[in-house]
Design a protein around this ligand. Sequence first.
Ligand code: GLA
Ligand code: ZN
Length: 677
Amino acid sequence: MEKNQLTRILYGGDYNPEQWPEESWDDDIKIFKDTKINSITINVFSWSLLQPCEEKYDFSKLDKIIEKFSKTGFKIVIATATAAMPAWMFKKYPDVGRVDYQGRRHTFGQRHNFCPSSPNYQRLANQLVDHLAQRYATNQAITVWHINNEYGGYCYCDLCQKEFRKWLQKKYHSVAELNRAWNLTFWGHTIYDWEEVVVPNELGDAFGPENTDTAVSGLSIDYRRFQSDSLLQLFRNEKKIIESYDNHVLITTNFHGTPNPDLDYFKWAKFQDIIAYDSYPTYDTPAYKTAFLYDLMCGLGHGKPFMLMESTPSQVNWQNYSPLKRPGQLQVQELQAIAHGANTVQFFQLKQSIGAQEKFHGAVIAHSEKTDTRVIQEVKRLGETLEQLSPELLQAKKQNKIAIVFDWSNLWAVNYVAGISKDLDYLATVLNYYHALYDLHVAVDVIGTDDDFSQYQFVIAPMLYMVKADLGEKINAFVENGGKLVTSFFSGLVNETDNVYLGGYPGPLKKATGIWVEESDAILPDKSVKIQFTDGQATAGNLLCDLIHLEGASPLAQYTSEFYQGTPAITKNIFGKGIAYYVGSNLTNDGLKHLFKSIFQAANCSLSVTNYQPSPLEIYSRNWNNTEYMFILNLSDSAEKIPADLNLQNYQPYFSSNPNNSNSVEAFGVKILISKN
Ligand code: GLA
Ligand code: ZN
């Protein structure tokens, strides 16, 4: 069933009215109204207030909050409050807490620390959600259900071990198959009974800091899949309960991190009515990294708009240094999310708490409780801007011709690789590729390995180390049918359970790429190897250099230093109607830009709004029917000229943070242009 969609930009965020005297709520409402805040997120960590003991629920405060804020016209994002367990639960049922990687059972404290396999946690959480949904599901102000909060982390308790064995039996059917999948003849690990499987913690096969090293990578990767699935099951249980009372309101949970390495968000995304993301770029996060994360969120929803569920109106409490956001910076940062597909702008938090961990986390209403603060003015300015944006924009989806692949199993697998180079980093590699494309103003979709490749002209899949059985064939077919693939060193090495494909790297990708790799040289930190493109352009590679044999492919660049100088470094293979490019080393940003520019130009397709001319501005569009909204964002602290080769002929001004300025964008300024084709 189609659920109710957002009809206007939700502007608001986490608010904890229960931390404040009821008499102060009206003052807060006045500020929210004045700053154009139209939505509040409540009940995120209220379980202990809602249920003082197992036998008793108390919804009196929440009733008042919901009544007050629905009557005053706010859209409510209501959380299910299951992310922080009450103290009595730990006391009564110690199994609700997690056992950590060192084998220690945790006591009461913190949050996000429930064991996913604990029947007591499941029962009590589901009961709470049942009460909440029964009580509030019919309230018209409720616009989104926010399940739990920022799921993640791992538990290594006996209950999880038991559930893991069941999960494995379902996946592998027999112990023999499991032995084969994990290659357990290694170090005499062969098992004869499911009961012999133990969790990969520091006492077992995993060692070093959590999620770094393991003797049996197949085991450690499967454990991460299992824990991601187990937490997902908790989410799905809560969702099902809410849906039994109301099947119209959007239900989601907030994704987080850069991205969160613990959960396979592509798997999770299928069960979200709308993707929601908490975005906290640090003061030194380059804008392209934030853009990548927004594109990932959009990609998780197959191009559909997402919620910017949390962001800070000023500082955060968890950074070593938290400089203030400069004038205009809040607006341009939040509009960056809108440009990439966000349909909400929500803050953590609306009011700054007086005590505990987050008292110095930024908020709309600060400790001064004054209404004429700089932050409130910035929040109001942004609120007014958001009100100007047409509801049409909310329909606008992304439509790009080029996709970059991101895969959690691959992230985990690369993470456990022992050897070659300790600096192998899947996320960093994907980000290098994304960065070069971002600099060239080439907009990309971020997609998963299960997504449909055929709708793209180019699929970029760097460091695709793990290639699941059918993925190799899918990629080969994509190229054969006319697609263009760019892949790189350290791709096509292993199958889904981390066993190497025999017969030469890149395993199943040999067919499309027309090469095979005999060896990979690890390049020492701060060293690089010279590379020259066939057009004469010189560049450099670092991290790894593949020693490549051509089997049909032709070189696009060769190494010009080291004993393998003169051999191919980058190759191009015409395969069926398409082309596969293989990049044998980790290129510099300039090298990648040169590569992309030349292959895009050769393909004769227009992918960049500036004809591949880099500029410090971010230029990004959302499209709806025949309407395009082009955002020109200056995320830097100095004025920047609008690139001369940005073709603006068919565009009209739609919004500008400084309308007097037409050739450049001031520091932290924004322009939005509209074109109706
Ligand atoms: C996360 C949590 C919030 C809050 C913020 C602080 O995103 O979801 O509850 O702790 O971090 O940055
Ligand atoms: Zn557990």
